[in-house]
Ligand binder design. Structure first.
Ligand code: FAD
Ligand code: N01
Length: 544
């Protein structure tokens, strides 16, 4: 299925396709539709998994669902698609999102150009031929003038190298590579490492059937209740009737969510009013809590008010005072790590079959054949769940051996951290576009919004190049240097770099350069910059 496109013949440039796209999640599927159905290009999408859906194919762990509200976590490029798909809950589950993405694949007849079970191992730019030579793990090579990586920000699972794992006699799983047949926890002794968004979703669900669940916490985390519920007929109607307005809000604000950040400071209202507004936001639930005041991510004193409100909530929910202290002893300002939302996370610690293990007090020393051994004790386990996150943003790209002009590798170019222009192109790697990678708003945004913007920008760029007979586009080094400075400056104008253990900084992967990777200047601002660059004939790029 990875042979050249049927009936297309060999394109004039001598490559097998006009474009090769790596990854068939939200990004790769929409890009395929844009490039093939709207521009008429021959495109092949190469996907490692045995199905489409990306994140939602891989992350089948108990409790997996989305934190973006369903009516915003979907494509907006097709009115018909919006009309015909109805979400059932405020926050859709992983199976529902996967059904949606499979529906999209069928609806737009995408599958015939997606090669599944096809992992890309390397990609090399052949300068003389102006072609990317893309080689699969099985050793087949395909070529095209354009290469687009749609490999995801959170698709490279991070299993920490804890000594002894290979000798563990039970089963272990990473949440991002969850077995399709599921895992039966009934009556089992389960150890879960990790209390990020994933771990916080998994705990209450695993606890329902496990014999006993030990939660190994290194960094305590805030969480706001999701208050998930089925969407009522009235809400569904309201969403249908307000689609254009919802889309306008999502595409004109900082985070791409269907709500705006309130234009008031946490410090300009009285203590009483502040508490009332936080209580109201808590009762509403979800990521919108972060939007209660405009300065929660820019002013530490303002942030302290939210952080303290949330710590007090933890202490009020969790009955055992020691457990409550360990859970609320949070070392970073609220929302400087990706803020989780939950369905009964803190409440789960009131169950008799759930125990919190404080790794700050007694770190994990090793995994033994029987279980996990910390400095203080050995915990006998049948199953270990690694909710330990991802080698985010750069990981999926650097796991491919990508070589640009003169054989220079991306690993070498990014040794000290990612360098690129607009998060879209790396100097020395002509005609290669990276979707939602480092240097773009990506993970700081409701991602379908970021994905549609990137796919549209790339497709427009290719269209304009073809119309003018241009063959090559490459980011200029000085433009990339400037952009890296802008990315750093945007992060430094917020509190985001204050979370020392954040994956935004690469801190969760030992040895990874500590650089704040996503662009924190806001989605709408970023969109305007990208549009302006295109309007100025791709200023900062060398086009020939
Ligand atoms: P992915 O969905 O990650 O797809 C990338 C694809 O590329 C994968 O299928 C992968 O197999 C493939 N691939 C990677 N490397 C190779 C290779 N070398 N060869 C071939 N194929 C390769 N975002 C939100 O905005 N809101 C949310 O609520 C939200 N919830 C999330 C929950 C979880 C559990 C996780 C992990 C992420 C969540 N995200 C959320 C982020 C989510 O990743 C994006 O919203 C979105 O799904 C990304 O789509 P994508 O196509 O860019 O990448
Ligand atoms: O991963 P994480 P995640 N020993 O990196 C701990 C998206 N997402 O999968 O903080 C012990 O956030 C680590 O501890 P520490 C979302 O963007 C979205 O939860 O490094 N512990 C941390 O507690 C999210 O941010 C949704 O000290 C170790 C945890 O593992 C991103 O995906 C749902 C360890 C990892 O947390 C990643 O979330 C799920 C070790 N060696 C995910 N190594 C929704 O929107 C790591 N940890 C619903």
């Amino acid at each position: 299925h990875i042979a050249p496109g049927s009936g297309a013949g060999t394109p004039a440039h001598g490559g097998d396709f006009d474009a090769i796209v790596v990854g068939a999640g939200f990004s790769g599927m929409y890009l395929l539709h844009r490039l093939r159905d709207q521009l008429g290009l021959s495109v092949r999408v190469l996907e490692a998994a045995d199905g489409v859906g990306g994140t939602w194919h891989w992350n089948r762990y108990p409790g997996a669902r989305c934190d973006s509200e369903s009516h915003s976590y979907c494509y907006y490029f097709s009115k018909d698609l919006l009309e015909e798909w109805e979400w059932s809950e405020r926050y859709p589950t992983q199976p529902e999102i996967l059904r949606y993405l499979n529906h999209v694949a069928d609806r737009f007849d995408l599958r015939r150009d997606i090669a599944l079970n096809t992992r890309v191992g390397s990609a090399r730019f052949d300068e003389a031929a102006n072609l990317w030579q893309v080689t699969t793990a099985e050793g087949r090579t395909l070529s095209a003038p354009f290469l687009v990586t749609a490999v995801g920000c959170l698709s490279a699972a991070n299993v920490p190298k804890i000594p002894g794992l290979e000798d563990f006699a039970g089963q272990w799983y990473h949440t991002g590579e969850w077995p399709q047949e599921g895992v039966d926890f009934t009556g089992k002794r389960v150890g879960q490492i990790g209390t990020g968004s994933t771990g916080i979703q998994a705990v209450p669900v695993i606890a329902e059937t496990a014999g006993h669940l030990w939660v190994f916490q290194r960094t305590a985390n805030y969480s706001v209740p999701a208050h998930n519920a089925p969407l009522s007929p009235e809400t569904k109607r309201w969403i249908r009737e307000h689609r254009d307005e919802i889309h306008r809000v999502m595409t004109s604000n900082t985070n791409g969510h269907p709500f705006n950040i309130e234009d008031r400071s946490a410090l300009e209202v009285s203590e009483e009013e502040r508490q009332r507004l936080y209580e109201q936001a808590w009762a509403k639930g979800g990521l919108q809590f972060r939007a209660t005041f405009r300065d929660l991510l820019t002013d530490k004193t303002a942030n302290d008010t939210a952080s303290e409100f949330l710590r007090a909530k933890i202490r009020s929910i969790v009955k055992d005072p020691r457990t409550a202290t360990i859970l609320s002893n949070i070392d970073h300002p609220y929302a400087t790590k990706r803020p989780p939302i939950d369905s009964g996370y803190f409440e789960a610690f009131n169950r008799d079959n759930v125990t919190l293990v404080d790794l700050r007090a007694a770190p994990i020393e090793r995994i033994t054949p029987r279980g996990i051994k910390t400095k203080d004790a050995e915990y006998p386990l049948d199953i270990i769940v690694f909710a330990t996150g991802f080698d985010a943003l750069t990981g999926p790209l650097l796991r491919i051996d990508i070589r640009g002009r003169d054989g220079r590798s991306l690993r070498e170019a990014w040794e000290a951290g990612p360098v690129n222009y607009l998060g879209l192109q790396v100097p020395g790697f002509p005609n290669m576009f990276t979707m939602t990678g480092p240097g773009s708003p990506s993970v700081l945004c409701n991602m379908p919004v970021a994905i549609e913007q990137h796919a549209n920008w790339i497709a427009d760029c290719i269209t304009r190049m073809r119309a003018k007979g241009l063959k090559r586009i490459e980011a200029r080094p000085e433009a990339a240097e400037r952009w890296v400075r802008d990315v750093n400056a945007a992060a430094e104008s917020t509190l985001l770099p204050e979370a020392g253990s954040s994956w935004y900084l690469g801190a969760n992967v030992p040895g990874k350069p500590r650089v704040f990777m996503p662009y924190a200047g806001g989605m709408a601002h970023y969109r305007a910059i990208c549009d302006e660059v295109a309007r100025k004939d791709y200023e900062g790029f060398a086009v020939s």
